[in-house]
Design a protein. Structure first.
Length: 150
């Protein structure tokens, strides 16, 4: 993705499985993410099976508040979560400068965050594996192309 198309970061809140986080790093590199991050006390080891973490900036935030305070001021936070108010990703226009936050495999993003930011719902009758959910989000953004922020 060219710089004229904006930028993106993707990460997970309270990730449980190290291999899922490693797969997110690898997929983020493939789809041109600018950075990857984790938030919370269950900090997965920040590595992938092919060393993708060596070519992509990684960040870890101990708290959701520290993460929110570190989002670039010209970026939009987009949550990915099973939530009643979530928008179907199939009709979502991705912002050009976005930071995608995925909920944990065995929990949820804080409702206070979901109320203040766009929240996407992925299609399907059952939740996806965390790494697969990140892949769907990154592919959807790549396929549609980002849209300018209002």
């Amino acid at each position: 993705m060219s710089r004229e198309s904006g930028y993106l970061g993707i990460g997970v809140y309270n990730g449980k499985r190290t291999h899922n986080f490693g797969a997110i790093i690898r997929t983020a590199r493939v789809f041109g993410a600018d950075f990857v991050f984790s938030v919370g006390h269950r900090n997965p080891q920040e590595q992938s099976s092919i060393g993708a973490e060596l070519t992509l900036p990684l960040f870890h935030f101990e708290t959701i508040e520290a993460f929110i305070g570190s989002i670039p001021v010209n970026a939009q936070l987009v949550c990915v979560e099973l939530a009643t108010q979530a928008q179907d990703i199939r009709s979502y226009a991705h912002p050009s400068r976005a930071v995608y936050l995925l909920g944990p495999e065995d929990g949820a993003l804080p409702s206070s965050i979901l109320r203040r930011h766009d929240t996407l719902l992925l299609p399907g009758a059952h939740p996806l594996n965390l790494a697969m959910a990140a892949t769907v989000v990154l592919y959807d953004r790549w396929f549609k192309g980002p849209q300018p922020l209002p």
